[in-house]
Design a protein around this ligand. Structure first.
Ligand SMILES: [Zn+2]
Length: 379
């Protein structure tokens, strides 16, 4: 039996602190004033404060060969999103949802968020939104790519499983990233449902008032965003956009999701170029390698990606995510299902414990004194 936790009739996006970029206020076209100050004109090189002083910043150049094996991996089932909404944040195109069902993901805390001292090895997380960057932000083995999608999640205690104290007072984020390329061979490239959702519904105007409330599809399988090969790189990083807050638990899948068709790529790039708070169009001598977005932009142009940041003293880990079924602690594949080491049985005996996550994550609710809220942040 599935139980839906449906948010109230009014969807409100409220600011819950100073550390959350990209928030919109429903009912107005106002953007958070401090967010209007930044753009991608220098791909982040001109961003200040933590963005320039932080020592655990994202994205990074990932050398897979230097990654250490992780002692455990993520257990993923991101769930089904319903009531889809696509925003132009001014810095990306972003999908959110009103309801999330069959979400059952936990991640190792990896010594983050003060979890180790509290004896918390693993936390449940809840997806909040996904958005794209083009070109890619993370470099893997020296190679870039055309599109990088980020699924932003927050640690949640909605399952009754404890989360670190730190995550109760301010949200602790985990991001799952995946890379895309396009193929100029029409027989190779194919349509991707996640890219299509964003590109086909991207508003040209910034803000919640211009958001697209998607009728088709009615639901979206968030797990379909990710590759069959569940190998990923884990490290401690930051939001990749101002204010570049650190303490973000990063998971970058190492396999490209797929090669999308060049037509879909061009559609996405076109929508992105018109959606972004843009720089002036440039001219390029070789128009054969450009796309016409009203002006000429070269393939692989850096539209909304931050440049890579130093690894510094951080360790990167290699792990493989286990695909979960609906029951907490039980993997989808029977051969993988026992034992999935975790102590995450919900404290509630509710038969619908597997679908209790929803878009109003309790961390934010708690932080806001119970006011319903959702986040629309960029990472
Ligand atoms: Zn991002």
């Amino acid at each position: 039996m599935h139980s839906l936790f449906v948010a109230g009739s009014g969807r409100k996006l409220l600011k819950i602190g100073d550390n959350f970029p990209g928030l919109f206020l429903v009912g107005s076209n106002k953007r958070e004033s401090d967010l209007e100050e930044w753009d991608y004109n220098q791909n982040g090189a001109d961003w200040t404060e933590t963005c320039s002083t932080g020592l655990e910043q994202s994205p990074i150049n990932i050398q897979i060969s230097s990654a250490k094996p992780a002692s455990s991996g993520a257990h993923i089932k991101f769930g089904t999103a319903e009531g889809l909404i696509v925003y132009n944040t001014g810095h990306s195109i972003q999908a959110e949802w009103k309801v999330l069902t069959e979400s059952n993901t936990t991640i190792p805390t990896n010594d983050m968020w003060g979890a180790k001292a509290e004896g918390i090895d693993r936390v449940a997380i809840e997806p909040l939104q996904f958005h794209i960057h083009s070109t890619c932000e993370h470099i893997v083995n020296g190679e870039g790519c055309q599109i990088e999608l980020h699924l932003v999640s927050v640690a949640t205690n909605s399952t009754g499983v404890p989360i670190p104290k730190q995550c109760q007072s301010s949200p602790c984020y985990a991001v799952f990233g995946v890379k895309y390329d396009f193929s100029s061979d029409p027989l190779v490239g194919s349509e991707d449902s996640g890219i299509a959702l964003l590109a086909d519904n991207a508003p040209s105007k910034v803000g919640s008032d211009a958001a697209t409330y998607v009728e088709t599809p009615e639901t979206f399988d968030l797990d379909a965003l990710f590759p069959d090969d569940k190998t990923y790189i884990n490290y401690q990083g930051s939001l990749t956009a101002p204010p570049c807050s650190e303490g973000v638990n990063w998971h970058m899948f190492t396999a490209p999701r797929r090669q999308i068709s060049i037509a879909q790529y061009e559609n996405l790039q076109s929508k992105l170029a018109s959606a972004l708070v843009t720089r002036a169009c440039q001219t390029f001598e070789d128009e054969r390698r450009t796309v016409n977005f009203g002006c000429q932009v070269p393939y692989g142009s850096r539209n909304n990606n931050r440049g890579i940041k130093p690894l510094n003293d951080r360790t990167i880990y290699k792990a493989e995510a286990i695909v979960m079924g609906n029951e907490p602690g039980v993997a989808l594949n029977a051969t993988d299902s026992s034992p999935v080491s975790q102590s995450l049985a919900p404290s509630s005996s509710s038969s619908s414990g597997n679908v209790m996550m929803h878009y109003l994550h309790p961390v934010a609710v708690a932080a806001m004194g119970g006011v319903m809220a959702a986040l629309a942040l960029m990472t």
